[in-house]
Design a protein around this ligand. Structure first.
Ligand code: ADP
Length: 457
């Protein structure tokens, strides 16, 4: 019989026995009450034993009991044992995780769903100045107060890491990376990248200094060569030819030095100070004219504007990036090709497109195209006066404008370079002469054709 049925039988029998004894004394009701009271007393005693066991000696064996209570005690005891086992395993795992995090040289900080500190390793104490005695339960932004960290933390877009100086030692540079896990909890990791940062700084300074130092001798060389070129007719033909080549190469080196200096400046400057609302129709019309001057009628360049808003950005930088894209299109497409410049709406905001129907690029080159000095065809790039830095400059300018570059191209089917600007970068322009909406006819060029785009100093 099952414990539960047995218990019901037991209560029934006790009640019946009590009634029978009571009946012998002519009081069956009283007998029944005494029988049931005995039952109640037994259950109260077992409840008391259960309470004592759970409160005072939860790790001991359960009190001895028979029937329903014995079964209950046994089940509770087994359940408790199982729980203790699982808890032990979890604790061991947690301990191992904590020990391995502790051994890490990077800071690891665990936050609860509110962003309050739950646990951190000792590297976090040294790097971030966290103190076990005071900081547990504090909100992370009360301890790392740098506005850039607060903005990064609140934005909840953690794909890219954030680089900051350490809150306890500003000579140390830290790279923060936040990961969301579990029930909206966050793991903040900080890595000391001081050495890497210094090396990167040294590389940038070196390139900037070398380029700067080369500028003056190159200007002197170019000046003398130009003077000699004025009297080239007096020189023997062999020397005159060499002079032309020297002028070409000096111009190439000057372009290279200028591009390197511009790239260093784009990397070093924080940017944002000279950002204005740019009227795109005027800016694009100017770039179109420069492109036509370089093309000298070999290609047809059209401009179309269907986005009425202007762009918040640096005129010099946007001019430089777009000139690079347009001048590339002119240099890498053949005679009679068509090049389109477009400023149009995009689901994310607006985009600037430069599309040509020239020779195109094999898609295998696309992922590396914006790397410095990466060229699909080195000979062709040199022959057209390329420095191999044009698209790297475009990428940096776009990065500084929160924009991205998309390239679509297939060999023989032309190339499309699309700069996508977020909506936050767009501004309504004061009412000025109406912006052109249809494709504009090519304007006549005023700029003397040059092999490379105008880039800001
Ligand atoms: P470069 O100074 O050599 O032009 P860029 O960084 O501007 O350097 O361009 C990198 C490479 O991308 C170029 O060498 C060229 O092969 C390729 N490229 C750029 N634009 C175009 C285009 N519109 N059509 C075909 N190839 C292009």
């Amino acid at each position: 019989m099952r414990p539960w049925s047995r218990e019901v039988w037991r209560i029934g029998l006790l009640g019946a026995a009590g009634s029978l004894v009571g009946w012998l004394f002519s009081a069956p009701g009283l007998g029944l009450a005494v029988g049931l009271a005995a039952c109640l007393a037994y259950h109260l005693r077992q409840l008391h034993a259960l309470r004592n066991w759970l409160i005072r000696r939860p790790h001991d064996e359960p009190p001895a009991a028979a029937g329903l209570w014995g079964d209950l005690f046994d089940r509770l005891y087994r359940y408790q044992k199982g729980q203790r086992h699982t808890q032990g395993r979890l604790q061991a795992t947690l301990k191992r995780i904590q020990e391995s995090s502790e051994a890490m040289r990077d800071s690891v900080v665990m936050l609860d769903p509110h962003g309050d500190l739950e646990w951190w390793n000792s590297a976090a104490e040294a790097m971030l100045g966290l103190e076990p005695a005071h900081d547990r339960g504090q909100h992370i932004t009360n301890l790392i107060r740098d506005p850039r960290f607060v903005a990064y933390f609140n934005a909840r877009a953690y794909r890219e890491p954030l680089t900051l100086t350490s809150p306890v030692d500003e000579r140390r540079v830290l790279q923060f990376q936040i990961t969301l896990y579990g029930d909206d909890e966050r793991l903040v990791m900080a890595r000391d990248i001081t050495r890497l940062h210094r090396l990167e700084e040294m590389r940038r300074d070196f390139v900037a200094n070398v380029s700067h130092e080369l500028r003056t001798p190159l200007t002197v060389l170019a000046g003398y060569l130009e003077t000699y070129a004025d009297t080239a007719e007096l020189l023997p033909p062999r020397l005159a030819k060499g002079l032309g080549r020297m002028q070409e190469q000096t111009a190439r080196m000057q372009n290279l030095v200028n591009d390197l200096l511009l790239l260093s400046r784009l990397e070093i400057d924080q940017g944002g100070e000279d950002h204005l609302a740019l009227a795109m129709p005027e800016l694009l019309a100017r770039i179109q004219r420069d492109g036509e001057a370089l093309s000298a009628g070999r290609q047809r360049i059209t401009l179309s504007i269907s986005e009425p808003r202007g762009l918040l950005g640096s005129e010099q930088e946007i001019h430089s990036a777009l000139s690079n894209l347009l001048f590339n299109a002119v240099r890498y497409t053949g005679e009679g090709c068509r090049i389109e410049l477009r400023w149009r709406p995009h689901p994310l905001g607006a985009c600037l497109e430069v599309e040509d129907n020239g020779e195109g690029i094999d898609p295998i080159h696309l992922p590396r195209l914006t790397e410095r000095f990466y060229r699909v065809d080195k000979g062709r790039s040199n022959a057209t006066g390329g420095t191999g830095l044009g698209l790297a400059i475009v990428k940096h300018v776009l990065l500084r404008h929160d924009a991205s570059l998309e390239i679509e191209s297939h060999p023989g089917q032309g190339a499309l370079f699309r700069c996508v600007f977020p909506a936050a970068r767009l501004v309504a322009l004061p009412a000025t002469p109406p912006a052109p909406t249809a494709a504009l006819a090519p304007a006549s060029g005023t700029l003397s054709p040059s092999a490379t785009p105008t880039r800001p100093d």
